[in-house]
Design a protein around this ligand. Structure first.
Ligand code: G16
Length: 542
């Protein structure tokens, strides 16, 4: 095998964000862009003689990128690559395969819920041997390499040699092609009571799973239709497409509006769910009800013991800081640890490895457990089905019971997309500078009790992450959080997170936006979002 050392020079901006490097597809297609970044990863992780998992969500450029990465892996001395057939693997499936085959890590091609196609987005993420996203020490090392790179190594071979069924070779490197679904579906069968869910469906319980033309389609068909017996057609938009059918594969009420309409109909299915581009996010609905991700985390934590994989209970709950405190109340009742981490699944890894958290979740539609080291959309859906089957209650009844026990934490996130980055940074910086002066001040209809910039020290390895978002706490218990997204590819996205708790004896049936109006007004009074951005309102409300 001939290896070419291709001369190159650093490309600006190859800095991983909340979850790997995400850019416009056109940027990834520009000369040497992908190659530089892949070589920087390899330089940082010293891959010679090692084994990695490789796959992606099937978006435009997935196939070409996989061929390039394989040739570069061979040239960098990798011993073996495990690749999803047709280049497909959901993010949680990659995490599972890394753990199952005890590989040294994996590479995931995805820009998650961002649109795909030539005008959409692309991304690349490196996961470590525990199956989880690389921690900041490694992503910083990768970024440092991108700034010094002078050449990348790539095998000249056009196509790998076929050695035996499912096995290929590129020079000395072995390539195993694996079915993307089977091992993941098998894992799910070990965690959940498939018999109970099968029985529920056999008794006429109806479900609709929207794969949003993304990677979970084949997983959904195998699990819900083949293994659990849901009628054909229960999984909709199940064929992965390079541009996700022109849609936005983000499972929230805005982008999954078809599903919401179906679920709000009087004759809608009993249960509805959706997942995102790479299969790690989820949206949960019952007939006539949408479950917020923060509430979903709390319900899952409170009921996890009903699923066989969690029969012995859970050791702890971890949630990202902007996620509502609903799960904290469950942790208190269960007498288990509860952790508040910065946004980014990577911050859960140490807690999961140390056995200090079993269930993790984020407001950004992510829930998961220690079965892998990524959030896992289908896992959350199966957990809900298991809970419904065991409790014999509808989603609406389960939520009503939960709120009657723990109270209801009204919650909403308002996103202001595509803001000029200078304006967004100035807004956040001014807010941070004013923090010390805010406590005691009136803010619209409320009074500020506490104002802080969130810093985090990992309780397991002591690593520190600073300035992860501004938290404003108001008299009466309302909370607003402001931070800039780390996953966007155009301008800046300002996220405003709002929450307010209502006791079990209070009014549990309010419209969330109405319940949160005073908190929103208070946040606006402090941050001046409207005046600074010129926006009348948010682009997306979830
Ligand atoms: C990623 C991260 C999540 C994070 C989300 C939103 O999810 O893995 O931990 O909560 O982005 O991050 P931000 O608010 O910075 O945009 P995904 O599904 O996009 O990989």
């Amino acid at each position: 095998m001939q290896i070419e050392a291709h001369a190159t020079r650093p490309i600006d901006g190859q800095k991983p964000g909340t979850s790997g490097l995400r850019k416009k597809t056109a940027t990834f297609l520009s000369p040497d862009y992908l190659q530089n970044y892949v070589q920087a990863i390899f330089d940082a992780i010293e891959p010679a003689g090692k084994t990695y998992v490789l796959g992606g969500d099937g978006r435009y450029f997935n196939d070409v990128a996989i061929a390039i990465i394989l040739r570069m892996a061979a040239a960098n001395g990798v011993a073996r690559m495990i690749v999803g057939r047709a280049g497909l693997l959901s993010t949680p499936a990659v995490s599972h395969l890394i753990r199952l085959h005890e590989t040294d890590g994996g590479l995931i091609l995805s820009a998650s819920h961002n649109p795909g196609g030539p005008k959409g987005d692309f991304g690349l993420k490196y996961n470590i041997a525990n199956g989880g996203p690389a921690p900041e020490a490694i992503t910083d090392a990768i970024h440092a390499r991108t700034r010094k790179i002078t050449e990348y190594r790539i095998a000249k071979a056009d196509a790998p040699d076929h050695t035996q069924d499912g096995e290929f070779a590129l020079g000395d490197m072995r390539i195993d092609i694996v079915d993307p679904v089977t091992e993941y579906a098998d894992l799910m069968e070990t965690l959940f009571d498939f018999d109970a869910i099968r029985g529920l469906i056999a008794r006429g319980f109806t479900l609709r799973f929207d794969a949003m033309h993304a990677v979970t389609g084949p997983y959904g068909v195998e699990i819900f239709e083949r293994r659990l017996g849901a009628p054909g057609g229960s999984v909709v938009n199940h064929r992965p497409q390079p541009d996700f059918g022109g849609g936005h594969p983000d499972p929230n009420p805005v982008w999954a509006s078809d599903l919401v309409a179906a679920m709000m109909a009087a004759d809608g299915p009993d249960f509805g769910a959706a997942s995102d581009g790479d299969g790690d996010r989820n949206m949960i609905m019952g007939r006539g009800i949408y479950v917020t991700p923060s509430d979903s985390l709390a319900v899952i934590a409170a009921n996890a013991h009903l699923a066989p994989g969690y029969r012995d209970g859970i050791t702890g709950i971890a949630r990202s800081m902007p996620t509502s405190g609903a799960a904290d109340r469950v942790a208190r009742t269960l007498g288990i640890e509860c952790h508040q981490t910065p946004t980014g699944w990577k911050y859960f890894g140490t807690l999961l490895d140390a056995g200090r958290a079993t269930i993790c979740g984020e407001e950004s539609a992510g829930t998961g457990s220690d079965h892998v080291r990524e959030k896992d959309g289908l896992w959350a859906v199966l957990m809900w089905l298991n809970i419904i089957a065991t409790r014999g209650q509808s989603v609406a009844e389960i939520m009503a019971d939960h709120w009657a026990t723990y109270g209801r934490t009204y919650y909403s996130r308002h996103d202001f997309d595509g803001i000029d980055a200078t304006v967004a940074n100035a807004l956040m910086n001014d807010l941070k500078s004013a923090l010390a002066t805010l406590p005691g001040q009136a803010a619209g209809p409320l009074t500020i009790v506490e104002a802080q910039d969130f810093d985090y020290t990992d309780p397991v390895d002591g690593s520190v992450a600073t300035s992860q978002g501004v938290i404003l706490t108001f008299e009466g218990g309302g909370r607003a959080v402001l931070r800039l997204s780390g996953t966007g590819t155009e301008g800046a996205t300002l996220r405003l997170y709002l929450e307010r708790h209502e006791a079990p004896t209070g009014d549990l049936g309010q419209d969330p936006q109405a319940a949160l109006a005073p908190v929103k007004a208070a946040a606006e009074a402090v941050a001046g979002i409207r005046a600074r951005t010129g926006r009348d309102g948010p682009d997306v409300v979830t």
